[in-house]
Every structure is written in structure tokens, then in C-alpha cells.
Design a protein around this ligand. Structure first.
Ligand code: ZN
Length: 278
């Protein structure tokens, strides 16, 4: 298996992020673990994407300092830890798990890293009740055929109820809701972007933005697509524009919770599309 350390070459460090992405995609096609683990680097920041059954967990790393963005389903947590070790990442060094929102395929594995390694769980206050219940109480709104087929299964997902160690205020007027440097040693910030859920968060680090389920990647390919579940599509378009114009105006590469990564031009194209029904 090709691991993250092997993928990071000194020559790649000097390339532009767009070329980095292309280089990574090529490496994955050639590698024996196509689509499973990939590393993208720009400046001092690296994002290592660890693909689970149908969702992503991301390690954001700066030197030896690191944190996780999302942790997959609870039942996949041990496999995620194993995937990290395969990629040369020591899970004991994960200082925090930023949960982009309270859905089971993002938060389920977070407690594993807290109980085993003392990682602090950071989540949006708007999802406090969902985490305390350990289930999706608000109805999911499917946006396509695939989601309608999966609705019952996804709506019924469960995880062991939990409380975060750090609750991020979900007031969207805050441009920087939480500076991650003091907590994790990585130059990154958390921003509240309620929409997919009340407590949805994004993380911005250097020229990277990790966006949870604000949108998703396409199947196959690397273009931005409306997420499987989104109740207010017009509001989602406003959030995309706010993402590009305010919170991640310098971001060149976007990491969604499902598929991706995605280059900026594709996110701009999705933001410019009229929402369905208009
Ligand atoms: Zn979700």
C-alpha cells in the first residue's frame, strides 16, 4: 500500500496546489490502494484523506502537530485507526477531533480517539441535542435518487451519545469561531456554517477548506455537487457564496465529507447554479 509518507516528495512541495491535486490523483491511479488514502500539501499544511466505507476522515497536519476532521461511523473507528497507522500517522498524536456536524458518519468514531488517546472533541453547539441523543432526530431531506434509496438507513443511524469538550458557538456572524492553534498546534480555524445541520462547522487551514457536508464530491470525479441531504437548497447556495467570498476566499482546494477533493473553480460553478425549483 502506498502511504502518505511515500506520496509526499520534496519536488511536490514546490508545486502549485492544482498540480499537487493532479499529481496526487495520478499517484492514486497507480497505487494499489486507489481512493483509500491520499495526501495533499500546500506550504506547511498537509491534509491526509482517509476514506471509509462511503465517507472521509481527514488528518490536518503541520509538522508533528495534527488533528482530525470527522471520524466516520462508530463501528469503523478501529479500522480508521488502522488506516492512520498504515499511512504512518500515530493516532496518539491527534490532539483534537473537529466534528463538522452531528450525523453518525462524521461523529460516530470521535469518542474512540478521546477515550484511547485523550483527543478533545470539538463540535458545533447547534448540534448539542443531536450528540446527546446519538441519533438523527431532525428529518433528512434527500436531494437525489440515491439519497431517497438510502433515506431510511441513514435516518436511522445511531451512535453512543456524547458531549463535546469544546462547543463552538453556532452564531454564523462570527468570522472565526475558534482558533485551533492553541488547542492543536496547527494554524487553522473553525467557522460555524449552520445549514446542513444547526451546528455545522467548517475548518480552514492555509489554502485548504474542509467543509463537511456543505457540498459533496461527484461520483466519479472531482467536481462539487449538492449534498445527498439538504433541506433548504436556496440557503445552501447562499452559504456556498459566503464560503467563497468570506470564510475561504483564499482556499484553492476543498475537502468534503464524501468524495473529493475539489478545486475552487468547481465550487464556484456549483455556487453559481440556480437552486432546483427556481
Ligand atoms: Zn451529514
Amino acid at each position: 500500500m502506498q502511504n502518505a509518507g511515500q506520496m509526499a516528495s520534496p519536488t511536490r512541495r514546490r508545486r502549485t496546489p492544482a498540480l499537487l491535486l493532479l499529481g496526487t490523483a495520478t499517484a492514486l491511479l497507480l497505487g494499489g490502494c486507489a481512493g483509500r488514502t491520499q495526501l495533499v500539501r500546500a506550504g506547511a499544511i498537509e491534509v491526509i484523506t482517509l476514506r471509509q466505507s462511503h465517507n472521509n476522515a481527514h488528518v490536518v497536519r503541520q509538522g508533528e502537530a495534527m488533528f482530525l476532521v470527522d471520524a466516520g461511523l462508530q463501528r469503523d473507528a478501529a479500522a480508521l485507526e488502522e488506516r492512520m497507522r498504515d499511512a504512518g500517522i500515530d493516532p496518539a498524536k491527534v490532539r483534537a477531533v473537529v466534528v463538522t456536524h452531528g450525523h453518525a458518519d462524521h461523529v460516530g468514531g470521535a469518542s474512540h480517539f478521546r477515550s484511547r488517546y485523550g483527543a478533545r472533541i470539538i463540535a458545533g453547539a447547534g448540534d448539542r441535542a443531536m450528540l446527546a441523543a446519538g441519533r438523527h432526530e431532525a428529518p433528512l431531506c434527500p436531494t437525489d435518487f440515491l439519497a431517497r434509496q438510502r433515506l431510511e438507513q441513514d435516518q436511522g443511524q445511531r451512535y453512543t451519545p456524547l458531549q463535546a469538550d469544546v462547543w463552538v458557538d453556532s452564531d454564523p456572524r462570527e468570522t472565526v469561531a475558534l482558533d485551533l492553534r492553541p488547542l492543536t498546534g496547527v494554524d487553522a480555524r473553525v467557522i460555524a456554517m449552520p445549514g446542513h445541520t444547526e451546528g455545522s462547522l467548517i475548518v480552514v487551514a492555509g489554502t485548504f477548506a474542509l467543509v463537511g457536508d456543505l457540498f459533496r464530491g461527484s461520483i466519479p470525479g472531482w467536481s462539487a455537487t449538492t449534498h445527498f441531504y439538504m433541506c433548504d437548497l436556496a440557503d445552501n447556495k447562499r452559504d456556498l457564496r459566503e464560503l467563497l467570498e468570506v470564510h475561504a476566499k483564499d482556499a484553492t482546494t476543498f475537502f468534503p465529507g464524501h468524495f473529493g477533493p475539489i478545486e475552487r473553480a468547481s465550487v464556484e460553478a456549483l455556487a453559481a447554479e440556480e437552486p432546483p425549483g427556481k
